[in-house]
Design a binder for this molecule. Structure first.
Ligand SMILES: *Cc1c(COP(=O)(O)O)cnc(C)c1O
Length: 384
């Protein structure tokens, strides 16, 4: 047996030790956390829907009708009418023939890879893909190749080298989770069509936020289901609830039901959460102001940064990383911000590549310009 405490000590020395802060109260911009009032700039609740009164009420009403636990897997007797209607509404909203719910995004990605490809097939992934896509590729048994970040010619080189008849799957984040940039989906789609390869987009950070009506990164580029045969998004971020879904053809969804182990061998999410999500989807469709506020805050934040000479990355999304480089320095700035009532997490390797530790600032529809001014003032003093 290895000495765990020795390994933990080593992590601490490297400034890589991970700890949890304890929140007391709902997920929102103004939070009470570790007994301190703070303004949060690190949530993925981009539209501020996680504590929305109507969605909360829909959940409470659903619990009255469905109880709490779903009791079993979807394939046993856990698949309620609430889950089923949500799947139909997600298919309609995204423009795909069908959609299927998963309990988490991590499980959706593992399940898709494992259902679709196997030993002898090929998976190609952007180097900066989310860990769940990488892990999905690894457990599928397919040969996994990673291409340079958002570099379609790097993918082209790799994909053109493999046997034309081989089964191929290309996986990409729609919006990259730690960088905020948007994948070049039109070029990826063209390349995949030319090489007879599946393309799957994980739109965890685009769904609800991007595109004219919040349909995500495909709408942002005016792409359709013909361009991207597999679309996945999570429900715990902009949607404000929990879970995830995959949208695709009838045959794809049936294949997932037959084969995806993370679908088959797990308890369905509570029906009430499906009802919360149905309510959230309606709000997203009927109240564009949330998305407009978010976009306004993104522009305001970027303008303020350029006026204050704060060098942020080239991101048009709610994710606005501030690269620091050094792990210890990133932790130090995050701690100083916390002392001033500003919650911004430092993201370190292995979540991001070596030497690219950063403050992952995220914006919400619910931030006020005053909140943003406060962050900019604090940052401009801390990052010289
Ligand atoms: C958050 C995230 C996931 C995982 O989703 P969960 O529902 O939190 O498990 C998958 N992919 C990306 C890109 C993510 O950001």
């Amino acid at each position: 047996m290895k000495d765990l405490s020795k390994e933990l000590e080593k992590r601490k020395r490297q400034h890589r030790y991970r700890t949890r802060r304890i929140t007391q109260g709902p997920q929102q911009v103004e939070m009470h956390i570790d007994n301190k009032d703070v303004i949060s700039f690190c949530s993925n609740d981009y539209l501020g829907l996680a504590n929305h009164p109507q969605i909360k009420q829909a959940t409470i009403d659903a619990i009255k009708n469905f109880g709490v636990g779903s009791g079993s897997a979807h394939l046993v007797n856990g698949h309620s009418i609430a889950h089923h209607q949500l799947e139909e509404e997600l298919a309609e909203f995204t423009g795909y023939p069908r959609a299927i719910l998963f309990s988490t995004g991590y499980m959706a990605n593992l399940g898709l890879c494992q259902a679709l490809v196997e030993k002898g097939d090929y998976i190609f992934e952007d180097r900066l893909n989310h860990a769940s896509l990488i892990d999905g590729g690894l457990i599928s048994g397919a040969r996994l190749q990673r291409y340079l970040h958002n570099d379609v010619s790097s993918l082209a080189q790799k994909i053109q080298k493999v046997d034309k008849t081989a089964e191929k799957l290309v996986l990409t984040d729609g919006v990259f989770s730690m960088d905020g940039d948007i994948a070049n989906l039109p070029a990826l789609s063209t390349l995949c069509k030319k090489n007879n390869s599946w393309l799957m987009v994980d739109d965890a950070h685009g769904f609800g936020t991007l595109g004219e009506t919040g349909k995500g990164s495909l709408q942002h580029f005016s792409l359709s289901q013909d361009d991207v045969p597999i679309y996945m998004a999570t429900l715990g971020k902009a949607i404000g609830t929990a879970g995830a879904f995959i949208a695709g053809s009838e045959a794809l969804i049936e294949t997932i039901i037959q084969k995806a182990r993370t679908y088959i061998y797990t308890t369905a999410m509570p029906a009430a959460i499906a009802e919360s999500t149905r309510c959230s989807l309606k709000i997203i469709q009927n109240e564009p102001e949330h998305r407009l506020n978010l976009n306004n805050n993104i522009s305001y934040f970027r303008d303020c940064c350029s006026q204050a000479d704060i060098a942020i990355e080239n991101s048009q999304t709610a994710i606005q990383p501030l690269l620091i480089g050094n792990d210890k320095k990133a932790m130090h700035i995050s701690q100083k911000l916390f002392e001033q009532g500003l919650l911004v997490t430092a993201i370190r390797p292995p979540t991001v590549p070596e030497g690219t530790s950063r403050l992952r600032i995220t914006l919400s529809a619910k931030h006020t310009h005053d909140n943003i001014d406060q962050l900019i003032n604090a940052l401009s003093k801390l990052i010289i």
